[in-house]
Design a protein around this ligand. Structure first.
Ligand SMILES: [Mn+2]
Length: 163
């Protein structure tokens, strides 16, 4: 199953439109939006077809006007994903706490945002993913998103795309 990962659009809904226009984004039925800002997650939900699900969590810039959770744990295609913005796990200072939190909820994949820097790494057996910021990247000039391909019993396949 292909899952889109996107984060930190910060009002840049044009970047979300650009992302959705990309061939790599076609056919994705589940988007995970890792926060900042929540309204863009609602926009993504609005501009995708009805059978496309968007799951979103709160970012640090989504406080206090949101009822979104700080994290979600999802069982998808034989894998368990912890989705969170990451600020509550101090991701600017390392991803160990995040990996530990994933382990604590029985997740094998952690998806976060907040740093605006794309990352694909493994910490203590946890696949740790940051799709970067789709509209305000701090690693390269072009915004980014990821597509995660999940098959039960297999290692996740991860692709990063630049707009
Ligand atoms: Mn943030």
């Amino acid at each position: 199953m292909k899952i889109g990962l996107v984060s930190d659009s910060h009002g840049g809904t044009g970047a979300l439109d650009l992302m959705l226009s990309r061939p790599e984004a076609r056919g994705i039925k589940l988007w995970l939006f890792a926060g900042d800002v929540a309204l863009d997650g609602e926009y993504l939900d609005m501009v995708t077809p009805e059978n496309v699900e968007v799951i979103k969590v709160a970012g640090n810039n989504d406080w206090p006007g949101t009822s979104l959770p700080d994290y979600e744990t999802l069982d998808v295609a034989g894998h368990t994903i912890l989705l969170t913005h990451g600020h509550i796990f101090g991701v600017n200072f390392g991803r160990q706490k995040l990996a530990q939190a994933a382990q604590d909820v029985g997740a094998d994949i952690a998806v976060y945002g907040h740093t605006h820097v794309a990352e694909y790494t493994e910490i203590a057996g946890i696949t740790v993913l940051n799709p970067g910021s789709v509209s305000r990247p701090r690693d390269e000039r072009a915004g980014s998103f990821m597509v995660l391909d999940l098959v039960p019993e297999k290692k996740p396949v991860v692709n990063l795309y630049r707009l």
